[in-house]
Design a protein around this ligand. Structure first.
Ligand SMILES: [Zn+2]
Length: 264
């Protein structure tokens, strides 16, 4: 039986956010331990999600707190195993998704891909390839819209159309939704039977497009239970991934998909 520790996910980008998140994580530790004591003692009572915990857990609280998955296990030596999830948005891309899949396959790493419906429509075979590689496929709207600036009906269309295209391409209907620009529509997403998911570490790969800068940012800010945001649309991101995987492994990290990090 595994030890349980909650992962939490919230969006954050720069150094300031990351510092804040580390503090929050430390504070969260005690709260999480207490929460699990309660869960062990009262396994049949569904716990209420406390408002302040909801805030700290950010999007993980979208998922019932009693169902938040453990992220920490011990290996055979009793050492803590640390987990990290690589995630890629805005694809599939006709050039770089395939290159990225080769890197991931060679390293035996499964990642999470949040796809845009219009890219799915244009490159359905790539969607199938991603799915066949055992990676998680999530929804990132049809046309990369800001879901906070659209009426509900339009948001539903954007998401449902994308789900249908992904299903047609690979036979899977996504459960996970990552909103473009990190805009929170938690309640609406829940009505679609989907989970909203953000990220913790954002190297701004789309902006810097510099392999070294991406690698350095991730290695500087990564910690256990983090979800790293990148985009399978740039050669520098593919190169950065190639460098990051062995470096993160050397730091003791194992790679999981976002659903494994936060199990619904
Ligand atoms: Zn995006």
């Amino acid at each position: 039986m595994t030890e349980r520790l909650a992962a939490y996910v919230r969006k954050g980008t720069g150094a300031g956010d990351n510092k804040l998140m580390k503090k929050e994580k430390a504070r969260l530790g005690l709260g999480v331990s207490l929460a699990f004591v309660v869960l062990l003692v009262l396994p049949y009572v569904k716990p209420e999600i406390d408002g302040s915990l909801r805030e700290k857990w950010g999007m993980a609280a979208t998922v019932d707190s009693g169902r938040i998955q453990n992220t920490i296990l011990n290996n055979s030596n009793g050492d803590k195993i640390r987990y990290v999830a690589l995630s890629y948005d805005d694809g599939p891309n006709p050039i770089y998704t395939e290159q990225l899949l080769e890197v991931l396959e060679k390293e035996n790493v499964r990642a999470s891909f949040f796809m845009m419906g219009k890219q799915v429509e244009a490159y359905p075979k790539l969607v199938k390839k991603v799915a066949d590689g055992g990676h998680l496929i999530g929804n990132h709207t049809y046309s990369h819209v800001n879901v906070c600036q659209l009426p509900e009906t339009r948001v539903r269309e954007e998401i449902q159309k994308t789900n249908e295209l992904i299903f047609d391409a690979c036979g899977q209907s996504p459960e996970w939704f990552r909103p473009p620009f990190g805009c929170n529509r938690e309640k609406l997403i829940a009505t679609l039977d989907m989970y909203q998911i953000f990220w913790n570490v954002d190297p701004l790969d789309w902006s810097v497009q510099n392999t070294g800068t991406i690698v350095n940012h991730v290695l500087k800010y990564v910690s256990d239970g983090d979800i790293i945001l990148m985009h399978d649309a740039y050669p520098t991101t593919v190169e950065a991934t190639k460098i990051l995987i062995p470096k993160l492994r050397a730091m003791g990290y194992s790679f999981v998909t976002v659903d494994e990090m936060i199990q619904p």
